[in-house]
Design a protein around this ligand. Structure first.
Ligand SMILES: Nc1ncnc2c1ncn2[C@@H]1O[C@H](COP(=O)(O)OP(=O)(O)OP(=O)(O)O)[C@@H](O)[C@H]1O
Length: 528
């Protein structure tokens, strides 16, 4: 199916989110949509999926104009969408999730469910998805839940699939698997519109790339462009894709975690006897495949997870004795992994969200009254500093694009005087320009002497920021790599092996072996 968007325009009050956008997606094409945070990508896709009524413009399928009154019309016309935040119900099975929304075809929906089960098995088999129709959604890893969303769309005969930042929450392995799936779908003739901020992925898989900036198409880019070229086209200026920083000048250990364990209510050990220190003026990155206890470790530092045993000392004071609020007041800056549940209050305004930790302190409060003018002035200032794209600071934060909401959380947490910064996936969903800015701010925080803990599943981010890298696997720290001591830089393969649980020394030896074998193969290839 050929899809064409012609002159699509969508305004929100004074803001033109899409300004006469033209886009053509050929059958069986993977078309990447690139653009900075707030450029209008999600808005455009919501128009295409019938969620928004465009103020102007046309959608054409195989050259015939169509009008979508809602997602039902878009689905019926062969368009499927996999959202950034999956819309699956945790207590349903895979087949039930897929059946949801089918027209009822039998008594009490029994046939519907049988049909769904059959289709899940069939699609799963055809594309090698490996999804059990009877598995419960809540038991599935994120990558598999995403496949369920894709199956759901395909089971309704989607010929064009919209994937909105599908890899933001995936592990590197899951990303590889998804790329494989996208190739299979393309082979089968499905077109894919692919939104991502990860330029490496765009280059690996896109047939065509359209770049939008501030609501307008600014051009097409070739998949053979370099990452640097794509980055500057996206944000309209040159961007450094590596982190510029001086060697750390660490001081004394300022924060220490001693024998910390976190156990889930059902008895699973999530953080298992973890100990480490962070010195003032250094960045410790916690690396690992998602789901190996990093999230719980970070949450235990703030107090969102209860520690089962152990101690956490910040300048000698045991944080475990303090409430969440007291820890924030004591100078802990905390950027949660999931901004929508832990980072912002969606019904509050942008301005209010920027003072969540400090609204009742000077200068925002006098006695029991809050000063709206001060709160607003603070918001304008922070938004400018962190380049948050908004219309009015008194708008609810839910009107911001995903990346801009993340910038609000970062602006709030990194603008207070800090004694410790803990940030989980700080740049998830951010565009390359914003990533550059956030990395600079983290380095600045370090250089002011703050001990910083950055939890990240992005290896590039870890390698760019870290002075030391603690790798977690199944709740334990496998090893801590001192970046400055690694001759020739930290070996990615070694980190990869550690992330799979191989102890550091063994990982180092195996990685070296791996290189020498590869080096040997290269030599052999060159000699006829
Ligand atoms: N419901 C809404 N009400 C008001 N403004 C909105 C609404 N939805 C989006 N916007 C605004 O429209 C603009 C485009 O947002 P959109 O979510 O399309 O950006 P995006 O390119 O997907 O960004 P990101 O990469 O951060 O996800 C932003 O300035 C956003 O604040």
């Amino acid at each position: 199916m050929k899809l064409e968007l012609r002159g699509i325009t969508k305004v929100f009050g004074p803001l033109v989110a899409n300004d006469h956008i033209d886009l053509v997606v050929e059958p069986g094409e993977i078309h990447a949509l690139l653009g900075e945070n707030g450029a209008g990508k999600s808005t455009l896709m919501n128009v295409l999926y019938g969620l928004y009524d465009p103020d102007d413009g046309q959608i054409l399928l195989d050259d015939r104009p169509v009008t979508f009154k809602g997602p039902g019309d878009a689905v019926a016309a062969g368009i499927g969408m996999v959202h950034q935040h999956f819309m699956l119900v945790p207590v349903f099975t895979v087949a039930e999730s897929v059946a949801l929304g089918y027209e009822p075809t039998g008594p009490a929906g029994a046939l519907k469910l049988d049909e769904a089960r059959r289709r899940v098995a069939e699609i799963s088999e055809r594309f090698g998805f490996d999804v059990d129709p009877d598995a419960l959604i809540e038991d599935l890893p994120v990558g598999v839940q995403q496949r369920v969303e894709i199956i759901k769309a395909l089971s309704r005969d989607a010929q064009t699939l919209i994937l909105d930042e599908p890899t933001a929450v995936l592990t590197p392995q899951e990303t590889d698997e998804l790329i494989g799936i996208m190739r299979e779908l393309k082979e089968a003739g499905t077109s894919i519109v692919f939104i991502t901020h990860k330029l490496r992925e765009v280059r690996a898989i896109a047939d065509r790339i359209t770049v939008i900036r501030r609501g307008k198409v600014v051009g097409e880019a070739s998949p053979t462009s370099t990452e640097t070229e794509l980055a500057s086209l996206m944000v309209g200026r040159s961007v450094s894709l590596t982190v510029d920083k001086e060697p750390a000048q660490p001081g004394e250990p300022a924060f220490s975690v001693e024998n910390l364990s976190v156990v889930s209510p059902t008895g699973t050990v999530l953080v298992d006897d973890v100990s480490f220190e962070v010195r003032s003026g250094e960045i410790l990155c916690i690396a690992g495949v998602q789901g190996n206890g990093q999230t719980e470790l970070a949450e235990a530092i703030l107090g969102l997870e209860e520690a089962d045993s152990g101690r956490m000392l910040l300048d000698g004071e045991d944080l475990l004795r303090l409430s969440v609020r007291e820890r924030l007041r004591a100078g802990l800056g905390f950027v949660p992994e999931d901004r929508s549940t832990d980072g912002v209050i969606s019904s509050f305004t942008i301005a209010e969200n920027l003072v969540l930790d400090i609204y009742d302190t000077e200068p925002f409060a006098r006695g029991i009254t809050m000063s709206p003018a001060k709160v607003a002035a603070n918001a304008t200032h922070r938004a400018e500093e962190f380049d948050v794209r908004y219309t009015d600071v008194q708008d609810p934060i839910s009107t911001l694009s995903g990346g801009n909401a993340q910038k609000v959380v970062l602006a709030r947490e990194m603008s207070r005087p800090l004694r410790l910064l803990v940030a989980s996936q700080p740049t998830r969903g951010l565009d390359v320009g914003s990533i550059e800015f956030v990395h600079k701010r983290v380095v600045r925080e370090r250089d002011q002497g703050t001990p910083c803990i950055i939890v990240s599943t992005e290896l590039d981010e870890v390698l760019g920021l870290a002075d030391r890298i603690a790798v977690m696997y199944r709740g334990r720290i496998v090893g801590i790599v001192d970046v400055a001591a690694e001759e020739g830089g930290v070996d990615r393969d070694m980190l990869g092996l550690m992330m799979a649980g191989v102890p550091m020394d063994e990982a180092r030896a195996q990685a070296a072996e791996h290189h020498s074998v590869l080096g040997q193969a290269d030599l052999e290839e060159e000699t006829p």
